[in-house]
Design a protein around this ligand. Structure first.
Ligand SMILES: Nc1ncnc2c1ncn2[C@@H]1O[C@H](COP(=O)(O)OP(=O)(O)OP(=O)(O)O)[C@@H](O)[C@H]1O
Ligand SMILES: [Mg+2]
Length: 234
């Protein structure tokens, strides 16, 4: 099944972004704790609600941990039981990474993705795997997967920590990806910290998206958009 737009199924986010065209390779970048996983969950949720199947590859959590931690916000377990959501764990922590190992992992992920039947794939996150990788291997990964997205009609979401890799490599990755979401932690004058989401690029954008939104993680709602007035007043 091919869809024109993947919606977040979050009213405010959908209103501001207009959703993300399918197929697309989406980069979600931000510093630690900025909300990358949350946005990845939100896109997973939007895809599942619209009847698409999702393969979620996590290097940050266990299958059980992911389902448990998101249950109050998204209720993935129903989809998991029905096989619409499949989760794959990659152990990336506690490993002594080097160029060779990173290359093997990148090749293994490419091979794995080519075999999946799901229309949507999410990798949260690729940071550990590429931080010690050779630049050419990283670029090969993104270029190959970008072509796979188009030729196989897929939607691929990759999360990355902004400051984990060389600036020029990050710039090249951004340009390979079709859609680009940046997350930032913003400290208000009151010292409150809010999260900011900016959609920098959307494939074949239906409307120009230049609005940043502020949000917080809500235990029952997931990604909750804060009104700008709230951020200003605070
Ligand atoms: N289940 C939850 N209930 C309430 N708040 C949550 C929940 N999960 C995450 N959060 C909050 O959302 C914030 C953003 O979390 P998230 O894990 O999406 O960030 P991240 O950018 O993926 O972080 P990292 O770089 O560590 O992977 C967390 O700091 C936490 O405060
Ligand atoms: Mg995360």
């Amino acid at each position: 099944m091919s869809r024109k737009i993947i919606m977040f199924h979050n009213k405010e986010l959908d209103r501001i972004t207009g959703g993300i065209p399918f197929p697309s390779m989406v980069l979600i970048e931000g510093e630690g704790g900025s909300g990358k996983s949350l946005v990845a969950y939100q896109l997973t949720w939007g895809s599942l609600v619209d009847g698409l199947s999702v393969r979620f590859i996590t290097s940050e959590n266990t299958i059980k941990g992911l389902i448990r931690e998101t249950e109050s916000m998204y209720g993935f377990s129903d989809y998991f039981i029905r096989g619409k959501l499949r989760i794959t764990e990659i152990s990336a922590r506690g490993i002594k990474w080097d160029e060779k190992l990173s290359r093997h992992y990148l090749k293994a992920i490419m091979h794995f993705l080519r075999k999946i039947n799901e229309e949507v794939a999410v990798i949260d996150s690729l940071t550990h795997i590429i931080v010690h990788a050779k630049e050419s291997d990283v670029l090969e990964f993104f270029t190959t997967m970008r072509n796979w997205v188009d030729s196989m009609n897929k939607f691929l979401v990759v999360t990355l920590h902004t400051y984990s890799i060389d600036k020029s490599l990050m710039t090249r990755i951004r340009s390979i990806c079709d859609s680009h979401i940046v997350l930032k932690l913003v400290t208000l004058p009151t010292k409150d910290i809010v999260r900011m989401l900016q959609v920098n690029k959307v494939r074949g954008a239906i409307k120009t998206v230049d609005n940043a939104i502020f949000f917080k993680a809500d235990t029952s709602f997931g990604l909750k958009v804060l009104p700008v007035s709230y951020v200003k007043v605070k």
